[in-house]
Write a protein that binds this ligand. Structure first.
Ligand SMILES: C[S@@+](CC[C@H](N)C(=O)[O-])C[C@H]1O[C@@H](n2cnc3c(N)ncnc32)[C@H](O)[C@@H]1O
Length: 288
């Protein structure tokens, strides 16, 4: 599970590269905090729910910026909630629950947030699950409430070429395309690599770097069940409209440079990824 920036997981045996990786992690955290500062400007203070709060990166920002608000953090992972609890943020109340079955009262929330967690819902419950969760959140929000989403952005579909510089990279692509379970990964072999949809290519990049760290079989299984790049901008907009929300803010967030640095020793590709994340503020629309 890659929380901040999936391409940060590359690891080699050389210490200088590990130090470089730590720098990248640090920069990624700073970047995430910077983007979240922007998302925070759309928060409606009061009763705030974070779905998939993990160990509390977002809760920390919320509790310091909205000290008078009541913050509820829901996560399925007991261990992450325990870490959150140990941080002792005043006004943060952790609840262990599945986002798809939120045990919460209707029309109580001024703000609901999904930060890097909607792709998890998609990975587990598919498109139907995302729509169902969005409709539930609609019922939990007060009339002037707001739903804030920050997550990975799938690029518009197009075929791209990826050339492998090592046999290792090629064989991992084949394994990824065969074992990825969230959706089929269609591709065509070329002499030096493959042609594949751009969204599947970046999903592979993510997995490849994770694999380079020699994950346990459990981590590999987890990666094969998790799609980061699930919706394009248009798919997010369609979901909002079909679940009765009005989009009041939409930003696309750039793909950082580290993306190239980490992968280019292993493969060559013929595309540029302009944006890697999306931020949305959605207001529920109610029938008159
Ligand atoms: C990538 S982390 C994001 C954590 C936090 N929002 C952040 O940005 O730092 C995704 C979190 O979603 C949680 N999660 C995944 N599926 C879930 C589900 N069905 N119900 C509740 N939480 C879930 C995971 O346990 C994980 O803590």
């Amino acid at each position: 599970m890659n929380i901040i920036f999936p391409f940060l997981s590359v690891r080699t045996q050389e210490h200088d590269i590990m130090n470089h990786e730590e720098d990248m992690q640090e920069r990624a955290l700073k970047r995430k905090a910077h983007w979240l500062e922007h998302l925070m400007t759309f928060v409606n203070p009061g009763t705030i729910l974070e779905c998939g709060c993990g160990s509390g990166f977002v809760c920390e920002m919320l509790s310091s910026q909205f000290p008078d608000s009541c913050l509820i953090g829901v996560d399925i992972s007991f261990n992450r909630l325990r870490e959150l609890k140990e941080k002792k943020y005043p006004s943060v109340f952790p609840i262990q629950a599945d986002i798809s079955q939120l045990p919460l009262a209707r029309k109580r929330f001024h703000t609901v947030l999904f930060v890097s967690s909607l792709h998890e819902v998609f990975s587990t419950y598919g498109d139907t699950g995302v729509y169902s969760v969005m409709k539930t959140i609609h019922s939990l929000l007060k009339e002037k409430g707001v739903l804030l989403i920050q997550d990975f952005l799938r690029p518009s579909p197009r075929q791209v070429t990826v050339e492998f510089k090592t046999a290792h990279a090629r064989s991992y692509f084949t394994r990824f395309a065969t074992e990825f379970r969230v959706r089929p990964i269609p591709y065509k072999e070329t002499p030096k690599g493959v042609t594949v949809d751009i969204g599947d290519a970046i999903e592979f990049f993510n997995t490849y770097l994770y694999l380079n760290r020699s994950p346990s079989p459990e981590s590999w299984e987890e990666e094969m069940n998790e799609s980061h790049y699930f919706y394009t901008k248009e798919a997010f907009q369609q979901m909002a409209s079909e679940c009765s929300y009005r989009v009041t803010h939409l930003s696309l967030l750039p793909a950082p440079d580290e993306y190239n640095t980490a992968l280019s020793p292993h493969m060559h590709w013929d595309f540029t990824l302009d944006y890697q994340y999306i931020q949305l503020a959605l207001i529920p629309s109610f029938n008159p």
